[in-house]
Write a protein that binds this ligand. Structure first.
Ligand SMILES: C[S@@+](CC[C@H](N)C(=O)[O-])C[C@H]1O[C@@H](n2cnc3c(N)ncnc32)[C@H](O)[C@@H]1O
Length: 321
């Protein structure tokens, strides 16, 4: 029997999640209560997100894949085979396969994600499919300083699909983009997927699917806090609430307390009033102009933008000035 070997180089980019307890407590003690969406992604959370991407209501993944498939050659040219391709929040590394199909000569791919076990599993599968590609898996929180493996290629291009950029508040987003520009250096590229403003009914349906997978994904955060931070949330006492806030241009996702209750988490006690929520995610939507204005302020030059026919999703190629 022929055994297929993988050739993944593993790296710890930073000690992602070492401050999880203090960050979560701080968020739960603030008013309104909040927890960063980066904590959705334990292994179960990453698997549930994969299920979300296949839901009929969840248009972003399908639409971004249509754009990638249609324009992959232009995108591959913009990336350039002599660059190292670094994917932030790589998840299953599914989308990059489309790009790789259009650039068989790319030498280095670096998958970077906070969800360590899922990252290693995905990088391993990718490496077996592309034996000539040097694959690195870096477990790191990209909002913090992180170490990179030494690379052969001088030029770097970051691939950041999925509109994960929309999870940041404006100030954090600008900080992140400026830091990414410094990391890439002059001439480096950023290929980024950005969800667009559209009919509110389409947006609301995407985060309130009929099968209830987004609900499970949201509630899984509490399971994770129970398991990893010794909390005692009872999931049946919380419900999923997601809606589009037109003025703010964002989807908000919350966990709503269904009664007055008190929970413990480690040595801390947190009280909830009935109807009080934990704000778990924002997902901002942008017009092309709104997004380009921001990136220009952060040191990038917009070079290309590709959209689907309905103008539901955009992919931007930017270069550091
Ligand atoms: C919305 S999913 C997108 C996954 C994939 N890129 C896609 O387009 O389908 C966000 C991904 O980013 C990762 N992620 C979220 N916050 C992160 C952080 N602060 N640092 C590193 N990875 C993060 C998650 O683990 C997850 O894989």
């Amino acid at each position: 029997m022929k055994t297929v070997k993988h050739n993944v180089h593993y790296h710890v980019g930073n000690k992602a999640e070492t401050d999880m307890y203090s960050e979560v407590i701080q968020g739960l003690k603030s008013s309104p209560k909040k927890v960063s969406p980066k904590y959705f992604y334990d292994k179960k959370g990453s698997e549930l997100f994969e299920e979300i991407t296949m839901l009929p209501e969840y248009y972003p993944t399908r639409t971004e894949m249509v754009i990638l498939n249609k324009y992959k050659r232009d995108m591959a040219k913009a990336v350039g085979a002599d660059s190292a391709l670094i994917e932030f929040g790589s998840g299953s590394s599914e989308k990059v396969r489309t790009l790789l199909g259009a650039m068989t000569d790319l030498k280095e791919y670096i998958a970077l994600d906070i969800s360590k076990d899922f990252l290693y599993q995905s990088a391993c599968a990718l490496s077996m499919e592309y034996p000539n590609l040097q694959v690195h898996a870096v477990s790191a929180d990209y909002t913090e300083k992180f170490e990179m493996p030494s690379l052969q290629s001088k030029r770097k291009v970051v691939f950041f699909p999925g509109s994960t950029i929309g999870n940041f508040e404006r100030r954090e987003m600008m900080q992140f983009l400026k830091k990414t520009a410094l990391f890439l250096k002059q001439g480096g590229g950023l290929l980024i997927g950005v969800d667009m403003k559209k009919d509110h009914a389409v947006l609301n349906a995407a985060y309130n699917d009929k099968k209830g997978i987004t609900r499970k994904f949201n509630l899984n955060l509490l399971n994770r806090l129970n398991r990893e931070l010794l909390a005692n949330f009872q999931l049946e006492h919380f419900s999923h609430h997601a809606f589009y806030h037109g003025e703010k241009g964002r989807i908000e996702m919350h966990l709503v307390s269904l009664k007055d209750q008190r929970i413990t988490i480690g040595n801390e006690e947190i009280t909830f009033k009935e109807g009080e929520t934990i704000h778990t995610e924002n997902s901002y939507k942008f017009t092309i102009k709104e997004f380009q204005d921001i990136v220009i302020e952060c040191g990038f030059t917009p070079k290309k933008v590709w959209c689907d026919e309905r103008k539901w999703f955009s992919m931007h190629y930017l270069e550091v000035r």
